[in-house]
Ligand binder design. Structure first.
Ligand SMILES: C[S@@+](CC[C@H](N)C(=O)[O-])C[C@H]1O[C@@H](n2cnc3c(N)ncnc32)[C@H](O)[C@@H]1O
Length: 268
């Protein structure tokens, strides 16, 4: 891959979905896009780039984004966030509906874990029986979303982060795979969505999980997304970021809350 080709792929990704690869990641691009070249009968990255900007480039753009996104996730990642949801947010919730956004849902584990946490909280009387709940999972990666909708996890992705007891409680075993039980699927939906685009069509939320995605973006884009998330949150609503991420300011919009060894940000 030439320096020009790398730079053009880098720019395409940043403009299209905010992801900044940084310098010297040629190996990453060739390991993830090499197969796509072969499958599409393309002889070089230059040809790929020409096709990307061409009239019928949309399908190829999706394939490049799918290949270049990192979908790493696992069950009950950063468990403190789910405890805060169960023990502090849900018991305080008074309005008749409760909406949560899993803003970089990947293959769905985060969204289903939110549903499982709400289901348990209901059984324990921590959320009013009459309160309707909805979880919206969004991601830019269409391949990850297909798996999320299927709700069926095999191999390493099945058990990672989950105890045997949780597996029995929240899933139906299907051979070597685990399928999320219908109770934890019925209020969860998934939708393709790019975080660099306006959020208005998504409606308002009580809680937003936007974890382990802003690390891929520039400081300016991250600040813009955080500001726009604040607008989608109902007053007093919560934002959770990944454990290695921070708000970098924005104390005018959010108050930091530290509970159970995890951090959350409450909309002022
Ligand atoms: C590392 S995963 C995080 C999954 C989950 N939130 C977690 O913390 O385990 C990052 C996800 O962000 C998604 N992503 C990257 N850029 C995006 C964008 N511009 N809009 C929406 N999703 C994006 C990727 O497709 C990927 O599935």
């Amino acid at each position: 891959m030439t320096a020009e080709e790398y730079s053009a792929i880098h720019d395409f990704l940043e403009q299209h979905c905010g992801i900044r690869l940084g310098a010297g990641k040629e190996y990453l691009v060739s390991s993830r896009l090499g197969r796509l070249l072969t499958d599409n009968g393309l002889s070089s990255y230059t040809e790929l780039l020409q096709k990307l900007s061409g009239f019928s480039g949309r399908q190829l753009q999706t394939a490049v984004v799918d290949a270049m996104t990192t979908n790493e996730t696992f069950w009950f990642r950063d468990p403190a966030h789910f405890r805060v949801l169960a023990e502090h947010i849900l018991p305080d919730h008074k309005s008749p509906s409760f909406r949560v956004w899993s803003a970089a849902a990947s293959t769905g584990q985060e969204a289903y874990n939110i549903a499982m946490t709400i289901g348990e909280a209901r059984r324990q009387g921590r959320l009013a029986g009459s309160c309707r709940h909805e979880i919206v999972g969004t991601d830019i990666c269409t391949g990850a979303l297909s798996q999320a909708r299927e709700a069926r996890y095999c191999g390493l992705s099945a058990g990672r982060g989950m105890s045997e007891e949780q597996k029995r409680r929240f899933f139906r075993a299907d051979g070597d795979c685990l399928e999320v039980a219908p109770d934890y699927r019925k209020n969860v939906s998934f939708r393709e969505f790019n975080l660099t685009k306006p959020f208005d069509s998504l409606g308002k939320f009580d809680v937003v999980f936007c974890r382990n995605v802003l690390i891929y973006f520039s400081a300016e884009r991250k600040a813009d997304i955080i500001k726009r998330i604040a607008r989608q949150l109902n007053p007093g609503g919560f934002l959770f970021l990944g454990s290695t991420e921070s708000l970098n300011g924005h104390t005018d919009l959010f108050e930091m809350v530290s509970l159970h060894g995890g951090l959350g940000y409450r909309r002022r």
